[in-house]
Design a binder for this molecule. Structure first.
Ligand code: AMP
Length: 303
């Protein structure tokens, strides 16, 4: 077996794909989720920007396994893109997203227009301090306010549910957990493991931008993380030494330009003087056009 999840096991007992309903208005999706809850059924939500791949499908499958009504949202949220970022070029294919959602087990796809979500200039935003300030937030100053705002809005639209997020975007999971806790949203956040290509590259909608040589170089990110984890498991407790070891691995690939390699406390991304408890190793790098992210958890064994 592979050392990491690469795709879902086939669902037993059926090859046929259930019906999925596509809705585009807030009122329609609310009517579906309200009716489900009124009938005593649980609701699962998977929030995406579309161009779905096996990583998204694994979240939908997790929701399918645990909830009665599964809603996938497909919305490329302009608020979370900076002015110089790839909003207009972000890959889109709703027809394929609907098919993939159906195959993975979703009941409803909510695919609103920008006008449906933001009919007027947005005056109310959700901003999360501290956990947003480093790493992705440092290079993308408005990104997490955009994410937190759309997540709060989509969760308010879907209503009480279990919401499934990928560990692939670890900092995003930390931010979403704070939004849900701080705003008392009636939502249980479930973090799911990162789905990878067979060579270890984390699946991402942005992988389509990689040229062949860049694609071949990109698995260095997971190799760096595994090196970092092995150093911790071998007894290294200095975060700077672990970070340097990860950076040295990335430096072996000239096509991969490291942004950061970090070893931090897992739940709030705080710096640790000495590694202890649940640690998250994070890397981000530009590989040709896209910026790629990856991360890995390691629990420091007690002394
Ligand atoms: P996105 O469409 O990139 O905004 O991602 C939507 C959701 O899918 C987020 O919760 C991501 O963390 C999650 N996701 C993206 N890639 C993966 C992956 N390779 N494995 C698991 N979850 C993923």
């Amino acid at each position: 077996p592979a050392a990491w999840p690469t795709s879902d096991p086939p669902r037993p007992g059926s090859t046929e794909v259930a019906e999925v309903e596509t809705v585009t208005t807030i009122a329609e999706v609310r009517a579906r989720t309200d009716a489900a809850r009124a009938a005593g059924r649980t609701v699962g939500a998977v929030l995406t920007m579309g161009y779905l791949h096996e990583g998204h499908a694994s979240l939908i499958a997790a929701a399918r396994a645990e909830c009665d009504l599964v809603v996938t949202t497909v919305f490329v949220n302009p608020l979370q893109f900076g002015p110089a970022e790839d909003l207009a070029a972000y890959p889109r294919d709703l027809e394929r997203d609907v098919a993939l959602s159906a195959e993975a087990g979703a009941d409803v796809v909510f695919a609103p227009s920008v006008e449906e979500m933001y009919p007027r200039p947005v005056l109310t935003t959700v901003s999360v301090a501290e956990v947003t300030e480093r790493f992705e937030g440092a290079s993308r100053p408005t990104h997490f306010a955009g994410v937190a705002t759309v997540v709060a809005k989509l969760l308010s639209i879907v209503g009480p549910c279990r919401a499934y997020f990928g560990e692939k975007d670890w900092q995003q999971v930390c931010v979403v957990r704070r939004v849900v806790a701080d705003l008392s949203l009636p939502v249980e956040v479930v973090a799911c493991p990162t789905l990878r290509e067979p060579d270890g590259l984390a699946r991402s909608s942005r992988n389509v931008y990689l040229e062949a040589e860049e694609r071949a170089a990109a698995p260095v990110l997971l190799r760096a993380l595994v090196t970092g984890r092995d150093r911790v498991l071998a007894g290294e407790r200095d975060p700077r030494a672990v970070e340097a070891a990860m950076a040295a691995v990335v430096a072996t690939e000239p096509l991969v330009e490291l942004d950061y390699a970090a070893a931090v406390r897992a739940d709030d991304l705080a710096d640790l003087a000495v590694l202890a408890g649940d640690v998250r190793l994070l890397v981000a790098a530009r590989v040709g056009r896209p910026r790629l992210l990856d991360n890995l958890g390691v629990t420091v064994p007690p002394a």
